[in-house]
Design a protein around this ligand. Structure first.
Ligand code: FAD
Length: 477
């Protein structure tokens, strides 16, 4: 089958104009978007809002990509493919969620706060809070660090040097491009204890890579974005509902109400180029679809499968993709009959599990009546290779070490998710290989968390990339 998407002329826009009278539609633009994760949906929403004729093609039978949820068969509870945390500095994401009407499904912290649990010499659990008071940024961060009891006084003072260095760099991080997070922090006099008990957890959580491999440039960018601007930027934002319920249906509805189409089970096998332009996509079924513009919003490892090797080999933007590698995330979900903790989420110091999320406290309910805990290991290159039974045993043992209530019971149910390609690995040197959203083909654009947004591969990077592509498409004519 060979289809040509109808181009949208200004007279076709009565539906979108009546919904959004202030929006000027881009004339005669039909756009194919490949991939229905955050990036593809953000591009689709933005373009549909501008009056473009959007067709989104998703390979799987559901939307959400690497951020989705499903119902656990045993308990009936909603389980994410991995706990996702956002921050107040996710400006693009929050705008996207607001646009599709999903903002009310989020929980916002009033003041930045992260809890840490550590074990004392006598085996008791010590609870400390990294709580930033109502001061302008970055003073809120310094005040928060000064009260953090999991690190000693000297280390708290010393942390000032990181803040001062970020101020000195003032966004110009070129000198950090070739060193690791570990090298940078050591240069800044951060002791081994301070790194192990604070910075390593922050780096793993934000970059999904171990500090010995991760790029200092990307870490400095994260710290700058989260802590050097407004206090609001440093707050944690978390979904009260399963990830799929947070955005996929609302984004789809938004696009369809504006005349767009979202097709599931529609895997693109090939993108056809004619030298300077993309002309069509061919689905696995053989169906061929032409359009005015094309946005690829698939992960870095899926893109080369759709592009002929002879094009990849000569494309300056696409060729470096072959050098990218993935970093895994392992999640262990445990259900306990008796509550184990009442804290919403906490970092575990010196543990093989980095974070514990109390899903009942976050969502406000439990289908099963059990306490559902989601445990996270990021940058999980070693853990991802372990058998599920071993991962569950490690998780249960760690819960017993940190929470007395977990020693009195065995979990009623356990479920492991291993996301081997959770994000691209932000090792030293990767940043300069990430391609821009614009390619050498004038109507073919790249979205996805891995493209050159300047941010680590996160939801925010994905959404920003989708919006950037939508803006570029708008400027095509
Ligand atoms: C376990 C885990 C935990 C995470 N935690 C966080 C967190 O706490 N905070 C945070 O900000 N980020 C987190 N992330 C990262 C975040 O999920 C991603 O950055 C984001 O979801 C990427 O979105 P994307 O649209 O770029 O790509 P994807 O979500 O991968 O979407 C790409 C889509 O393209 C589709 N596709 C692929 N090939 C084709 C084809 N040929 N034809 C049609 N469709 C195709 C795929 O099926 C997929 O739906 C986490 C990721 C994981 C896995």
């Amino acid at each position: 089958m060979n289809l040509t998407m109808p181009s949208l002329s200004p007279t076709d826009t009565s539906v979108s104009q009546s919904l959004h009278p202030s929006v000027t539609p881009s004339p005669s633009c039909s756009v194919v978007i490949i991939g229905g994760g955050f990036a593809g949906l953000a591009a689709a929403v933005e373009l549909a809002d501008q009056g473009a004729h959007v067709l989104l093609l998703e390979r799987r039978s559901f939307l959400g990509g690497r951020a989705y949820s499903f119902t656990d068969k045993t308990t009936g509870d909603t389980v994410d493919n991995g706990q996702h945390l956002m921050m107040g500095c996710y400006h693009y994401t929050l705008r996207f969620l607001e646009k599709i009407g999903s903002l009310g499904k989020l929980k916002f912290q009033q003041n930045p706060q992260v809890d840490f649990l550590s074990l004392l010499a006598n085996g008791q659990t010590h609870h400390a809070s990294f709580r930033c008071p109502s001061l302008p940024a970055p003073l809120h961060l310094l005040a928060g660090l000064f009260k953090l009891q999991t690190i000693g006084w000297r280390d708290r003072w010393n942390a000032l040097r990181v803040g001062l260095e970020l101020r000195r760099l003032n966004g110009n991080r070129a000198e950090l491009a070739d060193i690791t997070v570990r090298e940078w922090l050591t240069r800044l006099g951060q002791t081994e204890t301070m790194q192990r008990r604070f910075w390593d957890l922050v780096a793993l959580a934000t970059l999904n890579e171990t500090p010995d491999r991760a790029s200092a440039d990307m870490f400095a960018r994260v710290l700058d974005q989260a802590f050097m601007h407004t206090r609001q930027d440093s707050t944690m934002v978390i979904s009260r509902v399963g990830l799929s319920d947070l955005y996929t249906d609302d984004a789809r509805r938004f696009v369809e109400q504006r005349g767009g189409t979202v097709r599931l089970n529609a895997e693109v096998a090939r993108i056809e180029f004619d030298g300077i332009r993309a002309v069509a996509v061919e689905l696995k079924t053989g169906e061929r679809i032409e359009a005015d513009a094309f946005i690829s919003a698939v992960p870095y490892f899926a893109l080369p499968r759709m592009i002929a090797p002879e094009i990849l080999a000569v494309s300056p933007g696409l060729r470096p993709i072959a050098q990218f590698k993935s970093a895994p995330i392992v999640s262990v979900n445990l259900w306990y009959a008796e509550p184990v903790t009442d804290v919403e989420f906490s970092g575990l110091l010196e543990s093989r599990i980095e974070w514990v999320f109390n899903k009942n406290a976050i969502s406000g309910h439990s289908q099963s009546g059990h306490q559902h805990l989601a445990l996270v290991v990021s940058g999980a290159h070693e853990a991802a290779k372990l058998p599920k039974e071993e991962l569950i045993a490690i998780a249960v043992a760690e819960m017993e070490r940190f929470f007395p209530a977990a020693r009195r019971q065995k979990p009623a149910h356990a479920f492991v998710m291993r996301e081997h390609d959770a994000t691209m690995s932000h090792v030293v040197g990767t940043a300069r290989l990430r391609p821009s959203h614009k390619t050498e083909f004038e109507n073919f654009f790249l979205a996805g968390d891995w493209t050159d947004t300047g941010l680590p591969a996160t939801i925010e990077s994905a959404v920003q990339s989708g919006v950037d592509c939508a803006v570029a498409v708008r400027h095509l004519n």
